[in-house]
Design a protein around this ligand. Structure first.
Ligand SMILES: Cc1ncc(COP(=O)(O)O)c(C=O)c1O
Length: 425
């Protein structure tokens, strides 16, 4: 009896002995193809050098305020005045007065009247690029992105399991897009075409004809157009910026803009995206955008109060880009000084705040441009961004921002000249 009873009893558990293990947290696989090298290892090395007491001249990020380009006082005043109204969340697409001022602004730039529901305010264009691509892409989809590009676009396409396909821009043609290359890269999986105008890092500004070609291609291949126009008000000489959405009226266009550059208020983290053109077959996509916007509740509310003041106020950026203005003079200085260095050249930027410098690799045989900017940083304490960080396919370019004053630019470029002479790579 006792034996029967014992046999029916559950056996005592023999747990394996407890071996202490360490918590191991790996990164998601989807991060493997994300580089975002402009804030990558070279930038980290610069921070380490700074922590060790070195003074680093940082010419790698387009952050106007840190180079003495202050936000217009009336823009800050609007923000400060409205702080008491900005304590709670707001509607997820943004406060109405700010979105209404964006609509008014685009009407003044030749766009058909936009719907308030199709304007989204975000924590910078950066956040909205994430939302716009996340709502669109499935694994295996492709997006046409310029090379060189502002790398956020490429990396965000990757993050969403899709494939960025780079169309080349042609340095010998003032960095205009190479449409033969672009057309050869359209496939049945292509969903969207990214246009960055004025361009970062090349400073190219596109003509009406160029914009028409983009629109025609989008039309022929059913592509959504993403127009990143955050530098639209920063153009030099007699260039004019034409919004892609004012040309591509029969396509679906999402135009991105914000306060970071022309209004020198990158720290406010305020950007917007505006949908225009053929929206009737995009209901599900627009619902997806609205859902994603709602999931992050809303953008920074105090900053949104700065939008009407910025868009409706005096555009002092025009004084900075006029021929005697500080930005234009710094641009002129860089374009001339760079071309004085043996084996280095750059196409004069027509817009934005960057020069994309070409280094003649028959004189300086560079194999690895990231290594080269790291060595330059270590030796000369100047931080540049290497061209391959912008998905440029050869190790023969670096990007320089021309926001610092001429004295600092001269210092940086004379050190670069000295470095190149002394360091064949
Ligand atoms: C072309 C381009 N788009 C978007 C951004 C991001 O702007 P935001 O500060 O609004 O996130 C930048 C920033 O440098 C940029 O160069």
């Amino acid at each position: 009896m006792l034996l029967d009873w014992l046999l029916q009893c559950p056996m005592p558990r023999t747990d394996p002995p407890l071996v202490p293990t360490e918590l191991s947290v790996g990164a998601a696989d989807k991060l493997a193809s994300v580089g975002y090298d402009i804030r990558g290892p070279v930038h980290e090395h610069a921070l380490r050098l700074e922590a060790a007491g070195h003074q680093i001249l940082k010419l790698n990020i387009g952050n106007p305020a840190i180079f003495g380009f202050d936000t217009p006082p009336e823009v800050l005043a609007a923000l400060i005045r409205n702080l008491p109204n900005a304590q709670g969340y707001c509607e997820s697409k943004g406060i109405v007065s700010a979105r209404a001022s964006i609509i008014e602004y685009y009407a003044s730039r030749g766009l058909a009247p936009l719907d308030l529901e199709h304007v989204f305010i975000g924590n910078g264009v950066s956040e909205l690029v994430g939302i716009a691509l996340q709502a669109l892409l499935n694994a295996g989809d492709e997006v046409l992105v310029p090379a060189p590009d502002f790398p956020l676009w490429t990396d965000t396409v990757h993050l969403n399991g899709a494939q960025p396909v780079h169309y080349l821009c042609d340095e010998s043609a003032d960095w205009q897009p190479d449409f033969d290359d672009l057309l050869a890269k359209v496939s049945p999986r292509t969903r969207a075409l990214v246009v960055i105008n004025p361009n970062n890092p090349t400073g190219a500004v596109y003509s009406k004809d160029t914009l028409r070609r983009f629109a025609e291609i989008a039309d022929a291949h059913n592509l959504l157009l993403f127009a990143d126009e955050i530098y639209e008000r920063i153009v030099y000489d007699d260039e004019t910026h034409i919004p892609l959405a004012s040309i591509a009226t029969d396509q679906l266009v999402i135009t991105f803009g914000g306060l970071s550059k022309a209004y020198r208020a990158a720290g406010l983290r305020i950007g917007w995206m505006a949908l225009s053109g053929q929206l009737k077959h995009a209901k599900d996509y627009i619902d997806g955008l609205s859902m994603l916007a709602a999931m992050r509740l809303c953008a920074n509310v105090p900053g949104q109060y700065a939008i009407p003041a910025a868009l409706q106020g005096y555009q002092c950026i025009d004084d900075l880009t006029a021929s005697e203005g500080r930005l234009a003079m710094q641009r002129d200085f860089v374009a001339k000084r760079v071309n004085d260095i043996e084996g280095v050249s750059c196409v004069t930027p027509k817009g934005a705040v960057y020069a994309f410098l070409r280094i003649d690799t028959s004189i300086y045989p560079i194999k690895d441009d990231e290594r080269m900017v790291l060595d330059f940083l270590t030796q000369e304490k100047v931080l540049l961004a290497h061209g391959s960080a912008f998905h440029w396919p050869a190790p023969d370019h670096v990007r320089l921002i021309f926001l610092p004053n001429i004295e600092q630019l001269e210092l940086a470029l004379s050190r670069f000249e000295r470095f190149l002479r002394g360091n064949p790579h």
